[in-house]
Design a protein around this ligand. Sequence first.
Ligand SMILES: [Zn+2]
Length: 499
Amino acid sequence: MTTTLPAYDEVVARYEPVIGLETHVELGTNTKMFCGCPTDFGGEPNTRVCPVCLGLPGSLPVANKAAIEAIIRIGLALNCSIAEWCRFARKNYFYPDMPKNFQISQYDEPICVDGYLDVEVGGETVRIEIERVHLEEDTGKTLHVGGATGRIHGATESLVDYNRAGIPLVEIVTKPITGTGALAPDVAKAYVAELRDVIRTLGVSDVRMEEGSLRCDVNTSLNLPGQEWGTRTETKNVNSLRSVERAVRSEMLRQASVLDAGGRITQETRHFHEDTGDTTPGRSKETATDYRYFPEPDLVPIAPDPAWVAELKAALPELPRVHRRRLQEQWGLSDLDMQSVLNAGAVELIEATVAAGTTPAAARKWWLGELSRRANESGVELAQIGATPTQVAELQGLVDAGKLNDKMARTVLEGVVDGEGSPTEIMTSRGLEVVSDTGALTAAVDEAIAANPGIADKIRSGKVAAVGALVGAVMKTTRGQADAKTLRELILERLGVQG
Ligand SMILES: [Zn+2]
């Protein structure tokens, strides 16, 4: 059965969306949450395991202090209160991705609560309230083999790798986000982007969505204006910023079409499909009572010393929002200009280019101009374009030194993007350098004057505008490697005319 989806504008005119985000961040600690197993990625399956993370009888977990420090810093950066005393909880479930048949998590006593994160959407600040930030252990990875879809249905065997089981995982849960209307998908995306930047700044995780160290579940519901919130669905494991936005949008459209037809929304988890951009139903959602939570009896409570928490707070780095404000001021940009830098994903690139010795204006020109254009054409992120901030600074240095004119610099940059080497190397290998040897240039000018006596006479008689034709002629013989302004002055000088 296929149904035609309503137009997005109509949906947001009739319904109010409520969204919520649950984000999981794998911490970059050296060892797992409750044992000494290494957390490095890519080991042979089931080689990063021990009796504790395999849940063998008699083994006992011990909490990782570095992970607790990391989550407190995340909580502080998100303006949360830090619990003075809280406990881990045992979440019971029978699924082979946890060999113990339970996961150690936190339930009604999370370590960080009641925070917020301000994000910019379309020039406005939206405050996203954070309900809780808690710590748990990651599960293992299952692989279903033999079926067409990679799902368990139709598979002939299932494999499990416990290397990931027990890696510390931070879960950050927002309060329901209301009142965003048509901007709901953009708000969701902006929140995840800002959260990623905050956590990256703290240095506690590499927060790579494509590698799964930052994973996002998106809750979406629709209600009629003035009515109760609708039933929500949870779209699981959305793996890129763009997908966060698409997942909210497509779920709003799907729910509206169900509601328009008089149907009801089922509370369930749904899977997002990168290829089609829509969601399909997964399992119906478990409720907390299904997990039979109880305080974890094998671990002591967490009671961080308030003095230590205060120390961590005082030592927080400058957070991305404050950092961006400072850069905007330093670079002398208007809000609108800064917004286009942000939209292009160019803040860090420009910052690094300036640090490599270029003016902010020049750095911005290259990253937002030529390089953004190339990135758009080839459908890659600006940071993946193949030119580095150091190379861009080097290129601008060649322009500033008068070795490249603007047109030649663009050609050299194309070469950098195509992986031909550094700007200086490409300039040399392609023979692209402004002819600054005045002897050679004077000879070329004299030659052009001799070859075009009519034009030369015109210029001598005062029609200075005709100089363009001679500039063009010299450019041709020097293959565009002369600087047009210098050339113009030289021609006039040789003809004895005042520019
Ligand atoms: Zn272990």
